[in-house]
Design a protein around this ligand. Structure first.
Ligand SMILES: NC(=O)c1ccc[n+]([C@@H]2O[C@H](COP(=O)([O-])OP(=O)(O)OC[C@H]3O[C@@H](n4cnc5c(N)ncnc54)[C@H](OP(=O)(O)O)[C@@H]3O)[C@@H](O)[C@H]2O)c1
Length: 298
């Protein structure tokens, strides 16, 4: 039986739920936002390009016949932009039931963000780390709530603490694999810290999906994605499942593929590595993290 992201019997299933999805202007995020919109959720997504955000919002509204679709401008490589986006989200919505850290990038060459941080690490790991921490109190207050991170089967190696930004020898694949390992380590540590709060944290591997992710890859890589990748709709199945299914409401700290819990690398299950990465991420984002009025998750 083909598993679909959305079926008519899912209509209304997410009514009353506020979902925030990063990077829904294309690929897996767009299909996830569309499915959740069709399920009746209030769907808010981030877009770095306002024009693309408006077009995507209008398309999702039209197809889902759901007026409660909105976007917030956010350049995820910028910590201040992530912070501003979260402030706007709090002002406008004041509650959050599902946060999907979906956006991701593959950088062919080493690029640094406006904060001077290597882009893969900034977008794929620090942005979700900061955004989650800035919105966590909203989720706890309105629990049950779910946090979902889109990792990858390519996660691997370890965290290169001596040179996490690959300043000396940049390698696109190693930078990407490290960032996707970081997604899993983050979710494992977050889930541990969230025990008893009613907020769950899980991650997923969507498989190979024909999306814009390969836009920066070499010609062979782009062709490989195009030919062998699943459709973005299929790629969104597990994101939508984790966001909405009653079956997963009490599961936390796991990684899913094709809607099933899967085993991930030895390093991704190392709690000491996860704690060390958390500390490093705090150091990077210190200035923007909630201090007084916010959370103490230590
Ligand atoms: N495709 C695959 O085979 C595959 C496999 C495993 C895991 N994944 C993961 O799946 C997630 C979604 O990727 P996708 O495949 O759907 O790729 P995609 O089509 O390229 O979508 C990525 C989304 O992230 C946004 N984004 C990228 N960099 C950004 C930045 N600096 N600031 C703000 N937004 C930014 C993009 O915005 P724009 O539209 O403005 O570019 C887009 O909306 C990623 O985390 C990726 O690592 C993908």
């Amino acid at each position: 039986m083909t598993v679909r992201t959305y079926d008519d019997d899912m209509a209304g299933m997410m009514r009353g739920k506020i979902c925030l999805i990063t990077g829904a202007t294309s690929g897996i995020g767009r299909e996830t936002a569309l499915a959740l919109g069709r399920m009746g959720a209030t769907v808010v997504f981030t877009a770095r390009n306002v024009e693309k955000g408006e077009t995507t919002r209008d398309q999702i509204m039209a197809v889902s016949k759901n007026e409660m679709v909105d976007f917030l401008e956010c350049e995820l490589s910028s910590l201040s932009s992530v912070h501003d986006c979260c402030t706007k989200f709090r002002e406008k919505y004041g509650g959050l039931h599902v946060l999907i850290n979906n956006a991701g990038t593959w950088e062919k060459e080493r690029k640094v963000s406006e904060d001077g941080i290597e882009n893969t690490f900034a977008v794929n790991h620090l942005a979700p780390f900061l955004m989650t921490n800035l919105l966590l109190d909203l989720m706890e207050r309105g629990s049950p709530a779910r946090i979902i991170s889109v990792s990858s089967g390519l996660h691997g190696g370890t965290v290169n603490f001596d040179d996490v930004e690959f300043k000396t020898k940049f390698n696109a694949m190693r930078a990407y694999r490290q960032s996707k390992l970081a997604n899993i380590l983050f979710i494992k540590e977050l889930s541990r810290r969230l025990t008893g709060t009613g907020v769950t944290a899980n991650c997923l591997m969507p498989g190979l999906v024909a999306t814009g992710l390969s836009r920066n890859a070499r010609a062979f890589g782009r062709a490989f994605f195009r030919v062998f990748g699943a459709s973005p709709e299929k790629g969104a199945v597990t994101s939508v499942y984790l966001a909405s299914s009653p079956e997963t409401s009490d599961i936390s700290g796991q990684c899913f593929r094709k809607r099933k819990v899967v085993t991930t690398s030895k390093e991704s299950n190392d709690p000491a590595l996860a704690r060390r990465l958390w500390k490093l991420s705090e150091n990077y984002t210190q200035r923007w993290l909630p201090h007084e009025e916010g959370l103490d998750l230590s």
